[in-house]
Design a protein around this ligand. Sequence first.
Ligand code: S3P
Length: 435
Amino acid sequence: MSIMPNSLSATSNTKINGCINVPGDKSISHRAIIISSIAHGRTKIKGYLTSTDINATINACRAIGAHINEDIDSLVIDGNNLEQRHGDNAELNFGNSGTSMRLMMGVLSAQKFSSVLKGDESLTQRPMNRVMNPLLRMNADIKTSNGTPPVYINPVSFLKCVDHTIEIASAQIKSSIMLAGLYGESAFKIITPQSRNHTEIMLSEFGCNISVKADSIELVPGNLNTPNQIEIPGDISSAAFFIVGSIISRDSQIKINNVGLNPLRIGFIKILKMMGANIQISNERTINGELIGDIYTESSILNGIDIPKELISSSIDELPLIVLAASQANGKTSIRNAEELRVKESDRIFSMIRMMDKFRISTDEFPDGMNIYGGSIKGARVNSYGDHRIAMTALIASLVSDGDILVEDCKNIDTSFPTFIDIANNIGMDIQIND
Ligand code: S3P
């Protein structure tokens, strides 16, 4: 795995051309590792993401007794068959990974040892009550530090399955509840707005009795059996950098093979198409319950739009890139109902407003989003606020800027996309290490 330098600079006004693969999907990798770790039998996970966020999940799963071997291009996991492990108090460091911490809160609540869950500076500011509160209703013993990490979990004699209504469209909240519920006794229901459904799909692959409707999930606890092998598709959220890069820059075209196309992840493709982007999808197929395909994109002329509310949850991680695309569109683009952006790895509304200011692009800020007015991007020095997606979005902006772009605080690119610079430079960008 690469050790990402602190600051990077990107030469302005380049173009990108080529056919690439992107690393495995981060969300699906987390789920494959956690669910294999608590299932019965040996699972081989092919195409998983190697990154610091995924390492956090691997470490936590080892703590609950799963045997995990890192083979050349796959992980081999011997699961513990929902054993509730006894042992010493564990201190687990989840680094930057909110997904690892929140999903593992569900699993760790069921163990017979106490745990302290810590994170880096960014994770230590992120809300954990949203996961703790439903788990408390299930009899878990959890404390947070004013709603944020460190999180303290103590063993309880049993977890009880209860029905939940969750107002936030969050895959992490519902997934934590589902994972905790596996250790309970009776069927339960979660009523919640739609969000990425990788946990539901992965649990089905492991034979779980789960039924999913548009706004609810019903799950009957029971042992999980390995399907022997899981193949992880390329991460659409990583592909998104080059999709947007090729659309906004001149004379560019890109094909990205074997990318996950889960309908609850491709909101940004729908948004870009509404703005006028030329995006074509081919070779669609389903592997381990997940839709996969190849994506072709090319330089396009974009027009500003009001982004429909119903596309926000399925594009949440790509909204910084939509802001960049909007800066290159004719007229105004409006993003609203996206208050969840405030509690990501950084406050992404603030981070993107600041970035656009530096680029001399006009914006209006709202509590739940922003307006962006199309213009031309000036070369600038920008800060990522320690946020991997903000750092990579700023580097992609160099494709259309009139001067070079220097991005500070890039280390966390390693959390999700350690090969980003290599891939970008192979297809025509010029990103260099600053220090
Ligand atoms: C994720 C869910 C989303 C997303 C995050 C990954 C997941 O967060 O933003 O990057 O893998 O479950 P929320 O569940 O908070 O919406």
